[in-house]
Every structure is written in C-alpha cells, then in structure tokens.
Write a protein that binds this ligand. Sequence first.
Ligand code: FES
Length: 61
Amino acid sequence: MIEVDSDNDTLCYCAGTTRQQIKKLLDDGIVDVDRISRITGAASGCGGCEFELQQLIEEHG
Ligand code: FES
C-alpha cells in the first residue's frame, strides 16, 4: 500500500516513525540524526530509512 499523504507516511518501518514526527522534531530545532533516532527510534533497526532521514534533514535545512 502506498500512502499518498506525504506528511503522514511512514519513514521508518522498523520503528513506525512517520515523516510528520520527524518534521516536528526538525521544527523544534532537533536536526541531529542520532538525536532523532534516539527519540523516535527511526534508523535504529535495519538502517534502510537512514538515507531518507538524512534527506529530510537536508531539505529542512
Ligand atoms: S526502516 Fe528505519 S531502521 Fe529499518
């Protein structure tokens, strides 16, 4: 299933972290991959979402 709402779709399938959760942290000034990972669990499993997480952070910058 492909989610169309890009703000609500899952970024990390291991932790079930959504892009919206990540963006909220970015808006709060948390722009560090390790911190985001510790808070949301994103990129702490298979690592498959790490590249996309990095991209989100860069886009935000
Ligand atoms: S999908 Fe994010 S760590 Fe596996």
